[in-house]
Design a protein around this ligand. Structure first.
Ligand SMILES: NC(=O)c1ccc[n+]([C@@H]2O[C@H](COP(=O)([O-])OP(=O)(O)OC[C@H]3O[C@@H](n4cnc5c(N)ncnc54)[C@H](OP(=O)(O)O)[C@@H]3O)[C@@H](O)[C@H]2O)c1
Length: 244
């Protein structure tokens, strides 16, 4: 049986990856901080190992690297949003975001790829965001790094596919955890986590290095290329930025 490591597997997009990959016959390694939720998720799926780890810590990243070396498919998905704009957010929280969104993604990808090449199979999906294409605080900057890094890794390390997944707004716990008020977001902009995962795995099988699920978001990202960066920053700085 192939094995998939999913970080942030207990909620939202990570939980949707776990449901889908379990149904597809993968053994799962589920990683997150909350041990009880991980145990419940493992019970639900069967054929699962859990790794209780905080990817904002050295020990947590090391545990993730160890799991990544054993996995045929790595989904670097764990992530979070901030409550507030730059300078309202404590520096410590900004640095934690860079650790979880960038350092952990870099180190788990680096741990996984050589072992995958040796086995002659495998792949890595790094969950970024549509926010990667629009300036939007440290969050957008960290996700832009994920896209650029994944494209470069795919280019440099041929033979093992690496893809950045860039969802728009998805119904998960993300916004509630960051206390972002999403009540005024038009319904057309909401995506379902299971649909996002289905689109991601389809694009991954086709060998794409960047996946943007949903026609509305493909159009938005396409249009974004023609909008001056400062205008795009003004637009993205306002959307979904109202904090409770
Ligand atoms: N929802 C959206 O609209 C959206 C849009 C674009 C991109 N994304 C990206 O999608 C990814 C998943 O987000 P989501 O929306 O599914 O969020 P979510 O529902 O809040 O789930 C986040 C998951 O990550 C885990 N996690 C958070 N911090 C962690 C840490 N330091 N170490 C280990 N695990 C950690 C959480 O579990 P524990 O709390 O137990 O650790 C949970 O399993 C993120 O990278 C996010 O940036 C989300």
């Amino acid at each position: 049986m192939p094995t998939a490591l999913i970080t942030g597997a207990t909620a939202g997009i990570g939980a949707a990856f776990a449901r889908r990959l379990s149904a597809d016959g993968f053994d799962l390694i589920l990683l997150a901080r909350d041990a009880e939720r991980l145990a419940r998720a493992a019970d639900e799926h069967g054929r699962s190992e859990v790794v209780v780890a905080d990817l904002a810590t050295e020990e947590g990243i090391a545990a993730g690297e160890d799991a990544a070396r054993r996995a045929d498919l790595v989904i670097n998905n764990a992530g979070f949003g901030h409550t507030g704009r730059f300078l309202d957010v404590p520096l410590e929280d900004e640095l934690t975001m860079l650790r979880v969104h960038c350092e952990a993604v870099l180190r788990l990808t680096r741990a996984a790829l050589p072992a995958m090449r040796e086995r002659g199979r495998g792949g890595v999906i790094n969950v970024a965001s549509v926010g990667a294409f629009f300036p939007r605080g440290t969050y957008g900057a960290s996700k832009a790094w994920v896209v650029s890094f994944s494209q470069a890794a795919a280019q440099d390390f041929t033979g093992v596919p690496v893809m950045a997944l860039c969802p728009g707004f998805v119904h998960t716990e993300f916004h509630e955890r960051a206390r972002i008020d999403m009540s005024r977001l038009p319904s057309i902009l909401w995506l379902d986590a299971d649909d996002v995962v289905a689109a991601a795995l389809r694009d991954f099988r086709r060998g794409q290095t960047v996946s943007v699920p949903g026609l509305q978001y493909k159009a938005l990202v396409g249009a974004g290329r023609f909008i001056p960066r400062n205008l795009a920053a003004r637009f993205s700085g306002r959307t979904g930025r109202k904090h409770q």
